[in-house]
Design a protein around this ligand. Structure first.
Ligand SMILES: [Mg+2]
Length: 132
């Protein structure tokens, strides 16, 4: 099974070989370009034009994977460990329950501050507060 670390480890020498001198902004632009391709495939599928549903599904799947590959390269260029940041961030995200707590998701600084503490929440974080 391919892990985020495995992807990054395999992708690193490939990127160095194929794109020597690339800068962190290059894979970032690549990821956004692929996001555009995913949007294209998604929109055209909805509109029923510029490809069969099967062709547009292939294009969408390819774009999703390319986005992740570019992000692995971005992490390499920035010195980030892709596996670690995915594990750490997913652990935080999956602990949130937006159904149970639509304001804070049940975790994080906002929740701790609401549970009894020193500093009041800014009005924009209080449920029912009308913000712009
Ligand atoms: Mg592509």
């Amino acid at each position: 099974m391919l892990t985020f670390r495995g992807l990054q480890d395999e992708q690193r020498p490939w990127a160095v070989h194929n794109f020597p001198g690339r800068e962190p902004g290059d894979p970032l632009l690549g990821a956004v370009e692929e996001l555009g391709e995913l949007c294209h495939a998604h929109l055209k599928r909805k509109q029923g034009i510029r490809g069969t549903p099967a062709e547009l599904e292939v294009a969408a799947k390819d774009a999703v994977a390319d986005i992740v590959i570019y992000l692995a390269d971005y992490c390499t260029a920035r010195g980030f460990d892709f596996q670690t940041l995915m594990e750490e961030t997913w652990a935080k995200v999956k602990a949130r329950d937006w159904k149970a707590d639509p304001v804070t998701g049940g975790g994080g600084e906002l929740s701790r501050r609401q549970e009894g503490e020193s500093e009041p929440l800014p009005p924009r974080y209080i449920k029912g507060h009308a913000s712009h």
